[in-house]
Structures are given as structure tokens and as C-alpha cells.
Write a protein that binds this ligand. Structure first.
Ligand code: SAM
Length: 341
């Protein structure tokens, strides 16, 4: 009986290879949809290993396409795999996989940007936020133009414990353009430090797992790809509402090479700019001559708290958007010309 554990583990039966399936169903990659497939199952196994132990896990795979990663997730022992695919051409191939893994694979034809993942799994899989993460994972190799906006949306979901995070601290393992993976994980002072670094790291532990060379994909993309793993933090490092943090971070990073107070100034209407910027920097106790890339997350927390304090005192500040003011003044000018044009 020593082998009973082994007997219980699931392996897919022999199937046509992913390349054969692509030929069988004539699944030419659509350039407009930035489709780049992974055909090497050793590589998809390696991506799936970054997610941790998937035994009996509930997994949502985003953009399964011809199903390479899908096979690896099933072979890793997932009990319930929900795949969300936008392109109908992949559905028959995924059905073949579903027949080979009875009761384990659910196929949704839909757009992950609008899919209600809060309804995707039974609530019984949930774990309280303060406990260990639930056995729920999101895994995906998405096109670059989808993965970044999707991640930003999921970061907001993490802050509000909505969407995939109604189950608790659902973990994510996703691919990004290498440069974006570097930005997501960049530490204070590094060249890649950006808005995305702060937004991801104040809410999650973020780990840049490994880089996949572009040549591993079919067709080969222009760039290399980074695999990034996220675990939401029990306690976000900044306690203010997501939209407010996003506004502070966005304004500060708009002048990434200048002193940070330059971006802070743009949080305030011109008439009170100097006075309120000085008050905010003093309250946050942040050196105004640091560059945005040199600021730590505790400093962004202090700046967000100071901004929240000013907005509590004067709620009109919250709706002030410098870019909007510029746009309106631009429109008001004859011919829409800028002052120096
Ligand atoms: N996972 C497969 C692999 O690794 O070989 C395919 C990867 S390919 C880069 C991206 C996949 O995501 C394609 O199958 C594409 O149709 C799908 N996709 C693109 N946008 C999507 C969206 N908004 N929602 C769901 N799937 C999407």
C-alpha cells in the first residue's frame, strides 16, 4: 500500500502533442492578438512549479490557447481547473483535454478582463485573509497588452478583497514582457523602479522567478519574457484607498528624473501649490530632493497618509487632476494650441 499516494496522483493519458493539436485544428497564431505559444512541456512544467504545490488546487488559467500550460497544471495535481479563453478556435482542443481529465477541466469562452472570477469557485475554498493563502491560484501566459492592465485591475481587487480575492490571498503566477517583470520587482534606487513597482509591492510579495527567452515561443516575440509570482500581503504596506495611492504614485512618477516634490506639486491646484506641497512634504518627513526612484515604500506610505490628511481637511483636493486642468486649458485656447506652439 506504500504506493497508494502515487496511485492517487493524476497524469494525463497519452494525447497528441501540443504541436500536433495546433496542426489538427489549424490553430495559426493570430499576430493581432499577440498569440505566442509554449510548446515545450518541460518549460510549462517549470512555470507551473513557480506557483507552489498544486495538489487538489483550484486554478484559473487565463488564456489557455492550445493548452501547453493547461496540461502542466493538470499533471501537477489540480483538482479543479477553470480556463478562460477569448478565442473560440481553441475550444475544441481544450474539450479534448477536458475529456482526458474527466471532471477536472471547466472551459469558459470569455474575456478575462470582464470575467467574474468571484463566481468561479465555490466559497467553501475560501480562507480568512489573515490566514495562509487558500488553495486557489491564477496562472497564465497572456499577451503583454492584456497582462499589465489585468494585473493593475487585480491589484485594485487585492486592495478591496474583491474579484479573485474574495477567496482570500489568492496567489498569481503570470508572464510579462521581461522589462515589465523587472519593473514589477524593482527595488528602491534601481533603474527600473516605477509606478508599477510601488503599486505591486505595497500590496504583494512579488518575486521575479525566471526569464524565458523569446525563442522558446512560437512564433517568437520581439522580447524575452519574465515569470512573476505574487502573494498578496496580509497587511498592505499603505493603508489608504487604492485610487488615492495610485494618484499619489502616478503624480510623483510623472517626472521620474526630477526631485520628487515636482510631482507632488501637481497634486494641487496652482493657486495653493507651493503652500500645500511644503505642508505635505513636511508632514510626510520626506526629503523633497529625492528622486521618485529613490523613495522607499514607507516613504510612499508617509506621502499617501499626508495627502489623505490634506484631503480630509479640504475634500475638493481629491477631485483635482492636473492633467485634466491642462486638457481643459488646452481646449480653451484658440486652435487648441499650447502656449509655446
Ligand atoms: N497559454 C498558451 C500558451 O502558453 O501557449 C497561449 C498563450 S498566448 C500568449 C495568449 C492566449 O490568451 C491566447 O490563447 C489568447 O487567445 C488568449 N487571450 C488573449 N486575450 C484574452 C482575454 N482578454 N481573455 C482571455 N483570453 C485571452
Amino acid at each position: 500500500m506504500a504506493a497508494s499516494g502515487k496511485l492517487a496522483s493524476f497524469r494525463l493519458p497519452p494525447l497528441p502533442t501540443v504541436s500536433e493539436l495546433i496542426k489538427l485544428y489549424n490553430l495559426r497564431a493570430e499576430k493581432q492578438l499577440s498569440q505566442n505559444f509554449l510548446l515545450d512541456l518541460r518549460l510549462t512544467d517549470k512555470i507551473v512549479r513557480q506557483a507552489g504545490n498544486l495538489k487538489n488546487a483550484h486554478v484559473c488559467e487565463v488564456g489557455p490557447g492550445p493548452g501547453g500550460l493547461t496540461r502542466s497544471i493538470l499533471n501537477a495535481g489540480a483538482a479543479d481547473l477553470l480556463v478562460v479563453e477569448k478565442d473560440t478556435r481553441f475550444i475544441p482542443g481544450l474539450k479534448l483535454l477536458s475529456e482526458a481529465a474527466p471532471g477536472k477541466l471547466r472551459i469558459v469562452h470569455g474575456d478575462i478582463l470582464t470575467y467574474r472570477m468571484d463566481r468561479g469557485f465555490p466559497r467553501t475554498v475560501s480562507k480568512p485573509w489573515e490566514e495562509d493563502p487558500p488553495n486557489v491560484h491564477i496562472i497564465g501566459n497572456l499577451p503583454f497588452n492584456v497582462s499589465t492592465p489585468l494585473m493593475v485591475k487585480w491589484l485594485e481587487n487585492i486592495a478591496n478583497r474583491t474579484g479573485p480575492f474574495v477567496y482570500g490571498r489568492t496567489r498569481l503566477t503570470l508572464t510579462f514582457q521581461k522589462e515589465v517583470a523587472e519593473r514589477l520587482t524593482a527595488s528602491t534606487g534601481s533603474r527600473q523602479r516605477s509606478r508599477l513597482s510601488i503599486m505591486a509591492q505595497y500590496l504583494c510579495t512579488v518575486h521575479n522567478c525566471f526569464t524565458i527567452p523569446g525563442r522558446a515561443f512560437v512564433p517568437k516575440p520581439e522580447v524575452d519574457v519574465g515569470v512573476v509570482h505574487f502573494t498578496p500581503l496580509i497587511q498592505p504596506q499603505i493603508q489608504q484607498p487604492f485610487k488615492m495611492v495610485e494618484k499619489v504614485v502616478r503624480n510623483i512618477f510623472q517626472f521620474r528624473r526630477k526631485y520628487c516634490y515636482k510631482g507632488v506639486e501637481k497634486l494641487f491646484p496652482e493657486a495653493r501649490r507651493a503652500e500645500l506641497t511644503e505642508e505635505m512634504m513636511q508632514k510626510a518627513d520626506v526629503d523633497p530632493t529625492l528622486r521618485p526612484t529613490e523613495l522607499t515604500i514607507p516613504q510612499f506610505r508617509a506621502l499617501s497618509d499626508a495627502y489623505a490628511h490634506l484631503c480630509n481637511r479640504d475634500p475638493d483636493l481629491l477631485s483635482y487632476e492636473h492633467r485634466e486642468e491642462l486638457r481643459l486649458s488646452h481646449l480653451a485656447r484658440p486652435n487648441g494650441n499650447t502656449p509655446h506652439s
